[in-house]
Design a protein around this ligand. Structure first.
Ligand SMILES: [Fe+2]
Ligand SMILES: [Fe+2]
Length: 209
């Protein structure tokens, strides 16, 4: 059971209004993260739900990023990237309204890298919570696979190859192994556009009513 379901739905509605592309990205990341977690053998329903919800909210801090930076075509300059990076700290503050510490941690750590080259804390390996490692890999999968206004989409095979190339540097090797094992399944789910994340949102709405 998630506490304060109203807040989660409110947060997602604000994100959908401000940035529909990031909202759609978040739904897909939640689905990909869930599939990786299941592939890794996670069974605890509370843990799986926290990973799903945290992935839905991982970029929620972007609602406070100015439009001229968030929607800028082309690369960001150093000063703009510094502002963009603040979305993780903003996300942590926004999700601090939720009782689940794990959700906050995943949101705060989703840009940390396995080798310590990420941000904001430059955590490495087991200093990063498993949910954030999964979220970071699912996040990258979606960005590479579907592209962005600043980068072209890639094929499923190219996406998996790119993530594998960064195993042990950007991404946790055990998470990459699990992603490889369920990549075909993820591709089928994404093609059907029938996401568990939408069920998660529907269930949260039910809990509110
Ligand atoms: Fe992010
Ligand atoms: Fe993201």
């Amino acid at each position: 059971m998630i506490n304060q379901p109203r807040n989660i739905v409110d947060m997602l509605e604000i994100l959908e209004t401000k940035d529909p592309a990031t909202y759609a990205h978040s739904i897909r990341v939640s689905e990909i993260a869930l599939q990786i977690a299941l592939e890794m053998g996670m069974e605890d329903q509370h843990v799986l739900r926290n990973i799903s919800v945290a992935a839905l909210l991982h970029d929620i801090g972007k609602v406070f990023v100015p439009d001229e930076i968030l929607f800028k075509k082309g690369g960001l300059n150093v000063a703009e990237f510094k502002v963009m990076k603040k979305h993780v700290a903003m996300g942590k503050i926004i999700t601090s309204q939720l009782d689940d510490f794990e959700i906050r941690m995943i949101v705060f750590q989703h840009h940390e890298a396995f080798d310590g080259s990420g941000y904001p804390m430059r955590l490495k390996a087991d200093e990063i919570c498993i949910g954030a490692k999964i979220c970071a890999t699912a996040d990258a999968f979606d960005v590479i696979r579907f592209g962005r206004h600043y980068r072209e989409a890639r094929s499923a095979e190219q996406t998996v190859a790119e993530i594998e190339r960064c195993s042990g540097t950007k991404f946790a090797p055990d998470v990459v192994v699990a992603l490889n094992r369920c990549a075909t399944k993820i591709e089928k789910i994404l093609a059907r556009n029938n996401f568990h994340a939408k069920n998660v949102i529907a269930k949260i709405r039910d809990e509110m009513s």
